[in-house]
Design a protein around this ligand. Structure first.
Ligand code: FES
Length: 271
């Protein structure tokens, strides 16, 4: 098939003239396609669940889904307002977590890994190695709106605060029916989810730079050096945690929705 040439990228002067779109013969399109489908499905799920404002809290055991945390309105189910009710009646369809979800989305949207993933799968810029851009020009992240990707380091601080909120929510999940200590499958799911969220958040490239960047001598900062090493280990698995946390958030929310709606009962170990 004839290819319409343009002057940039692989068609820049001095590059070999190759008529084919790509010389790759493997299924290079599979990975971006899977990413596109998974991200779209996750966004749809999150949008629906956050907007429904239903089945987000299990009063007996203090389980609150991350999709509705923090719940700060008098419209929230009694017991779910772990940080009080500074807001009155909450408008329908606006997620209870409207104060935190935009920051979380922006944190992930500007994440170095997700950038790579959605540039390839949604924007096809480029869709894969050795497969040219679908666009006629390329300005990288030097112009608006993509220059705003540089704000990622600030969204990191917001994500730390939100992870602390999620951690506090987990403490409430160690509750039994009689109000004393309790432990159920939901507690463990919430706990695992928050541990994974911390692994993703602390493995952030900005975090790594905040912890160990701009130091001339690691030997003069042994604690920061140690912390930098730990963060580096998480950072090496950042992509893995990016995917796992998408799954753990859905599992946590879906489990709480099922228990809250009475579809299933919580499996209790204690009380
Ligand atoms: Fe992925 Fe910061 S680079 S969260």
């Amino acid at each position: 098939m004839a290819h319409v040439p343009f002057s940039g990228g692989v068609h820049a002067p001095g590059r070999a003239r190759i008529a084919a779109r790509t010389l790759r013969e493997d299924r290079w399109w599979l990975q971006p396609l899977v990413t596109f489908v998974c991200f779209s499905a996750w966004l749809l799920y999150g949008l629906v669940r956050a907007s429904l404002q239903k089945d987000y809290f299990v009063a007996d055991y203090g389980y609150l889904t991350p999709f509705a945390s923090p719940c700060l309105s008098t419209s929230c189910v009694p017991g779910s307002t772990h940080f009080g009710t500074p807001f009155g009646e909450w408008p329908a369809l606006i997620p209870f977590a409207a104060l935190t979800l935009p920051f979380l989305l922006l944190f992930r949207l500007t994440c170095y890994y997700y950038r790579k993933a959605y540039y390839r799968s949604f924007w096809m810029s480029p869709p894969a190695c050795a497969v040219p851009e679908a666009h006629v020009s390329y300005s990288g992240e030097t112009r608006f709106p993509l220059i705003a990707q540089n704000l990622h380091r600030y969204f990191f601080y917001a994500a730390v605060v939100i992870s602390l909120i999620n951690t506090y929510d987990v403490l409430h999940a160690f509750r039994g029916k009689d109000g004393g200590f309790g432990l159920g499958l939901g507690t463990l799911i919430l706990l695992a989810n928050v541990v994974l969220l911390w692994c993703y958040t602390l493995g952030c490239h900005s975090c790594r730079n905040i912890i160990g960047g701009r130091l001339n001598h690691f030997s003069k900062h042994p604690l920061r050096y140690k912390a930098w090493g730990w963060v580096g280990k998480l950072n090496a698995r950042h992509m893995t945690f990016a995917w796992i946390t998408l799954g753990s958030l859905v599992v946590t929310d879906a489990y709480i929705a099922l228990v809250s709606s009475g579809t299933i009962g919580d499996f209790r170990f204690i009380n």
